[in-house]
Structures are given as C-alpha cells and as structure tokens.
Design a protein around this ligand. Structure first.
Ligand SMILES: [Zn+2]
Ligand SMILES: [Zn+2]
Length: 265
C-alpha cells in the first residue's frame, strides 16, 4: 500500500500560515507569529521558540502585520525569502533581513511562477489591490515613516501530490480573480475577510467563487480593532455561492492527503 502523502496547513492567526509539504519542506506565509490571536504568543510565551526549521518565507506585502517576525525567523532558520524585489531590498537595508537569503532567484514578480524544493512546490505571485510599504526604523524629522514595498500580491502555492492553495494577501476584490480560478485549480483559498483595509466579508465570499475555491478559510479578522471580529457573515455569504466553509482556530492544523482534505480540526 502506498504511504499517504500529507500536506499540513496551520493557521497562527491573522494572515500567518505554515505549509508543510509531503517531502517535509516548511513554508511560512506572512509570519506575524507574535500576533495577539496566536495561542503560542499568549501569557508571555515566545512563539518563535518552537520555530526551528523553515525553508521559505513568503511575504505578500510589506505591512507590519504581514512581515511580522520574518526577519527574526530568517536569521534563526536560514529560510529563503519569496517576495518582490523592492520589498526584499528594503527589508535587507532597513530591517536586517539576511541578504544572502533575500537575494536569490526566489525573488519574483506578479504574473510569474517559480519552482521550489526540487519542483515539489510551484509558487505563483498573483495581483492584489492594496498598498505596500516597509516601516523605516530610521524614521525621523527628515526621514519618511515608510519606505517603498513594491507591489502588494497574493500567492498560489501548488504542492505536488498535494493541494493548490491561494493566499489572497490584503487585497480588495477584483473581477480578474476569475483568471486565477481559470489558471489554477484552487483546492483551498485563504481569504482576508476583515474589511476596512481589504475585502469585506461579502466580497471575500465573491472572491472564493471567482477563484473557484473548493474550500474557503477566513483570515485577517479578529486580530485588532477595526477589522471584522468574526466570520459569520462570510460563512452566510459562502452558502449563497455554494463554496464549502471552514473556520480554523488560531493554532489549528488541517491535513490534506493528496488533494483530499482528511482533517478539518
Ligand atoms: Zn496590508
Ligand atoms: Zn494586513
């Protein structure tokens, strides 16, 4: 009997996810692990203490709630950065991201695809309508508060013998999300539903429909004031467009065996 090829997707709260591939590669997307929703960051615990092996860090854009703890994790693990060149360059210059891990052929642009992990993982950078900037630690009277972060993006992460995952970043809804659904067979869409800075829950459900997601998981809500505090409206709207809904709890892992979701808790 063939052994199961499992992919594990874990949510740390906010926009932060890890993906562990069947071959054991670890990808982190928008790793703000110290966000207040992460159970591992509560009661003075350090969520980075348990982080030892990370192969790739994917950043959708430069905002603080997405870059999160990327620099510290990169320093600790040697992980390679996947982002646009402007964000990568400014993170190296302003935030201390290790240059050797940010100046590789994993730097990419919207519309492009790269292969990682000996071809086990394909990453496509997708458009996002949002903004992107890097906080400047040298900000002062004559230094801007924020540096350029390149174009914001989303990602499609296609795992060989596993699911194809769409992470929307902080985008607004845009009609061309339909093109993402035409080009990729999205098994699971991790969608920002918090509103205010990005998609309101109703439009996030429309996004799930546009990318033809088989399963929609909400993210970027409930973390701080100003964004939606729960996923109820999103769940109701998904029913109308007949897309399966699953709300992860921060800290939860879901497992795929091949393209089949085997645990949703
Ligand atoms: Zn943002
Ligand atoms: Zn955000």
């Amino acid at each position: 009997m063939e052994t199961a090829r499992e992919t594990k997707i874990r949510w740390f709260g906010h926009a932060a996810f890890s993906i562990i591939t069947p071959n054991g590669k670890t990808l982190l997307i928008d790793p703000w692990l110290k966000n207040p929703s992460n159970p591992e960051a509560k009661d003075g615990k350090d969520p980075l203490a348990a982080v030892s092996k990370v192969d790739y860090i994917l950043l959708t854009h430069g905002h603080r709630d997405h870059v999160g703890d990327a620099v510290e994790i990169a320093q600790k693990t040697g992980a390679v950065l996947i982002s646009n060149p402007e964000l990568a360059g400014n993170l190296v210059k302003l935030a201390g991201f290790p240059g050797k891990q940010a100046e590789t052929d994993a730097i990419m642009g919207i519309g492009g695809e790269i292969q990682l992990a000996d071809g086990e993982v394909t990453v496509a950078m997708t458009p996002a309508i949002h903004s992107s900037s890097v906080f400047n630690p040298r900000a002062g009277a004559n230094e801007p508060e924020r540096a350029y972060g390149g174009n914001p993006s989303g990602f499609v992460v296609a795992i060989k013998d596993g699911p194809t995952i769409y992470h929307s970043g902080d985008t607004a809804y845009f009609k061309d999300m339909e093109t993402i659904g035409e080009n990729y067979s999205i098994d699971v869409a991790l969608l920002n539903i918090g509103g205010h800075f990005g998609m309101e829950p109703k439009m996030a459900a429309k996004a799930a429909q546009s990318v033809r997601a088989k399963l929609a998981i909400p993210q970027h809500f409930g973390t701080f004031p100003g964004i939606s505090q729960n996923a109820e409206v999103f769940a109701q709207e998904l029913k109308k467009v007949k897309v399966r809904f699953h709300e992860m709890k921060p800290g939860e892992t879901i497992t795929y065996r091949g393209k089949l979701l085997v645990t949703a808790r």
